[in-house]
Design a protein around this ligand. Structure first.
Ligand SMILES: C[S@@+](CC[C@H](N)C(=O)[O-])C[C@H]1O[C@@H](n2cnc3c(N)ncnc32)[C@H](O)[C@@H]1O
Length: 454
């Protein structure tokens, strides 16, 4: 699965068509901006600011492993409790063992991210919020692995059939799947439609590292933790994830951000965005021109999913009609559209399952369009760590709030009551006597609930 055709890649950092084999540690290097890009378990890591982004994913993995170990400890402590029912005891034993084993398996699978030397404590991770917004954490789309490679046959077949239908019998040529996840759709279309080349791109190392093995014919064993387990033994199930057969050499995986895709202009005949456009952090109106750039004239963009946009700005949460207008304004002609119901993440071990009404469209590139400004994951002052951090008004406010938070937390010393703590805040002139009591009670209750959740 290595060895991209030399003529498709460009530098995600500066955009130059100047990537060349790198030296020792780096798989590729840009001859224009000199950025070096590593390969992680043989998969090129072609994202802007490669080392910084890799560092962020390593932190996330480290935090996840610590959290799982803590979960295992917490459940083991529950097992010490008296009067547990026999079935409850069996369930807790299953979970305690599975959490610990899951942490070990993830660490082994993701060993190419090398976290063995990490020293940060879980408290520091929590304070520095090393986790990402929920949409982009390591395990955000973890269930996709199980659906794609264990039990999702009905959904996988429906998805492949819907996409193949929109391709309408015309060969996909060079095909790019953006946000490919655990890659089952890319794999099924690759095997069924025989594109000249398939490139499956995603930003999530857990999904792509597991997928790489599966696609090479090396099954992976990972736990499934269903949302609503049917039976006791369904609370943690060690599943074997395997592909029907290994893929051929025209199938390539790459770590890449759809908003900074490391490909030259007009190199693909087909671009697929399955379940991506509504979860990505950018406006569809900024993504669509980028997809246009990747396609040859006449090339096709196939999109499908439920269009459940969740941007903070209501204006960006498009209806299907609005989304199709955005697509048309981005140089495309809509040449096919379907709407159908299909199962979504229907695990046989869970009572929780969804049916989704899925919309799909095919759009042909009719004109090139102006490109949005280069997407930057970080502000300019963070791209160069030597630059001064600006004292933004929000930072000033958060700093003050954090100092007060730390002060109130420091008053919890195993001696003081809620009334004592309120008294200190009044003495320090942080609030009036009549405000302090309710405020401290509400604060302590929230801290207590947070502590129980952690
Ligand atoms: C809802 S999942 C869909 C996965 C897969 N397409 C499927 O249909 O099962 C969204 C995927 O997009 C990926 N993703 C999110 N933001 C991305 C970005 N900026 N560039 C590339 N992939 C991204 C996530 O890691 C995740 O695998």
């Amino acid at each position: 699965m290595t060895g991209f055709p030399a003529d498709i890649l460009s530098c995600p950092q500066c955009g130059a068509e100047a990537l060349a084999p790198g030296d020792g540690a780096s798989a590729l290097a840009c001859k224009a901006c000199t950025t070096r890009f590593p390969a992680i378990d043989g998969i090129p890591w072609l994202v802007a600011d490669p080392e910084a982004i890799l560092g962020e994913w390593r932190d996330r993995l480290h935090r996840l492993v610590l959290e799982l170990q803590k979960d295992a400890e917490r459940v083991r402590a529950e097992l010490e409790g008296k009067g547990l029912r026999t079935a409850t005891r069996s369930r807790l034993k299953l979970l305690a063992g599975a959490y610990g084993d899951h942490a070990r398996r993830l660490q082994a699978l993701l060993s190419p991210l090398s976290i063995a030397d990490k020293q940060i404590a879980l408290e520091t991770h929590l304070a520095l919020r090393t986790g990402l917004p929920p949409g982009q954490d390591l395990t955000s789309y973890y269930v996709n692995l199980h659906r794609d490679w264990v039990w999702g046959e009905e959904e996988n077949e429906s998805s492949a059939a819907l996409n193949a239908d929109l391709l309408a019998g015309k060969p996909p040529g060079r095909m790019l799947v953006l946000g490919a996840g655990a890659c089952r759709l890319a794999y099924d279309l690759h095997r069924g439609l025989h594109p000249e080349l398939t490139v499956a791109a995603d930003i999530n190392p857990l999904l792509l590292l597991a997928t790489r093995r599966i696609l090479c014919g090396e099954p992976v064993s990972l736990y499934e933790f269903p949302i609503a387990p049917r039976r006791l033994e369904d609370h943690a199930i060690l599943r074997r994830l395997a592909a029907p057969e290994a893929v051929d050499g025209n199938f390539h995986l790459v770590f890449a951000d759809a908003l900074q895709a490391p490909f030259r202009e007009g190199r693909f005949d087909t671009v697929l965005t399955p379940w991506l456009v509504d979860i990505i952090s950018a406006d569809l109106a900024a993504l669509a021109p980028r997809i246009n750039r990747l396609l040859k004239p006449g090339g096709r963009w196939i999109n499908f999913g439920s269009l459940a946009f969740s941007h903070r700005e209501a204006a960006l949460c498009y209806t299907l009609e609005e989304a199709l207008e955005v697509v048309a304004d981005s140089g495309f002609e809509c040449i096919g559209q379907r709407e159908t119901s299909m199962p979504y993440m229907r695990s046989p071990a869970s009572r929780h399952a969804r049916m989704e009404s899925v919309v799909a469209f095919a759009a042909a590139k009719r004109a090139a369009v102006a490109q949005p400004m280069a997407h930057r994951h970080m502000p300019e002052w963070l791209q160069d760590e030597g630059q001064v951090v600006p004292l933004l008004p929000q930072f000033r406010m958060t700093a003050a709030a954090t100092r007060i938070h730390a002060f109130v937390m420091s008053l919890i010393d195993g001696q003081r009551s809620a009334r004592d703590i309120a008294g200190v805040l009044v003495a320090q002139r942080l609030m009036m006597a009549e405000e302090a009591g309710p405020a401290v009670r509400a604060f302590l209750l929230r801290m207590y609930e947070d502590a129980r959740q952690q």
